[in-house]
Design a protein around this ligand. Sequence first.
Ligand SMILES: C[S@@+](CC[C@H](N)C(=O)[O-])C[C@H]1O[C@@H](n2cnc3c(N)ncnc32)[C@H](O)[C@@H]1O
Length: 370
Amino acid sequence: MGLKKILHMNTGNGKTSYANNSSFQNVVISKTWDLVDETLRNMLENHGFSGSCMNIVDLGCASGPNALRVVSHVMDTIHDLRKTGDCSCCKPLEVRFFLNDLPDNDFNSLFKPVEDFNEEKRLVCGSIRSGCFIYGLPGSFYTRLFPTKSLHFAYSSCSLHWLSQVPRGLESENKENMYISIASPPEVVDAYAQQYKRDLMAFLSMRGEEMVDGGSIVLTFIGRKFQDFSSKDESGQFTMLSQTLLQMVAQGVLEKDDLYSFNVPIYMPCQQEVESIIDHQGSFKIDKIVAFLVRWDANKYADELPFDKNRSGKLVADCIRAFMEPMLVSHFGKSIDCDDIFQRYAERVGEHLAKERSSYQMLSISLSIS
Ligand SMILES: C[S@@+](CC[C@H](N)C(=O)[O-])C[C@H]1O[C@@H](n2cnc3c(N)ncnc32)[C@H](O)[C@@H]1O
């Protein structure tokens, strides 16, 4: 089965859905606002906007509240910039806002609240006619999604670390690991890094063709601090999930061969790597890069409540389950017991966090067409 079919978040609004377990991504999104605002300000100040309709996309929006938060913030920023800007840009502006994800994303749940959202936004923006029309855009962001020179602004958060496929040839090499670990052989690291390079080059080249002159992008994704994978395990969540599955293999609950052939299509690049690929590809210039840390158990209560290893372990497990469950079920079969896996995993992560409050290194990049 193609990756496009098995890579999707848990659907709906239930207990294990992405919509209810995306507080880590929600915290990340909040930390991107300054860069989004700065990028939009530069874009409008330096290039103006003479048309009447702007095309904007959120690439890899998933479903749940995060997607409409992005629409709302971008629209409010544009509204404020135009209100305070000089009159040359105060003509009525309408926005086509595209919500993009892979075709198996839960677009139905995503679009249910859109009608209420539109009503609310119309009250705010109605007077200056900054109308926002929201569309679904199914398709891979590694392919063309827009006509030539038609896209003005693109945003993406927590999506671009997903590869277009599991790198080829890992099956016999990566054994009990599902991603790069501190002990992974150089062939595994190289296969992942090469796949990432191919994918990011394709992404930049597609967007380069689609963007209008003066268009901009803000991309935020999980990265890593250290260039050398063997210096520190920065992908501990996957290492711990591998260890959980390995324990279940040892107990006869899962098949060893199934675990050995399971690898995730994710790559967390370091800043130098990303800069070098963007420079080499050449469609965009980097205006700004911001690196920041986000705790694994980040959520809106994180700084208010005292640390509790059980609560934090469960938060991380629920978040990981929301995107790993469809992949695990597809690979290990429908009889796999995800309640059991993520209960064990939550305990393991909780014990780890009690010793070390781990964070992910996030990279946020503002690009403009060169
Ligand atoms: C962790 S979610 C992030 C969703 C949302 N941006 C947020 O911050 O809550 C990653 C999303 O990227 C999507 N995705 C991964 N690869 C993609 C691709 N090649 N094209 C479009 N979407 C993709 C996944 O389907 C998933 O919905």
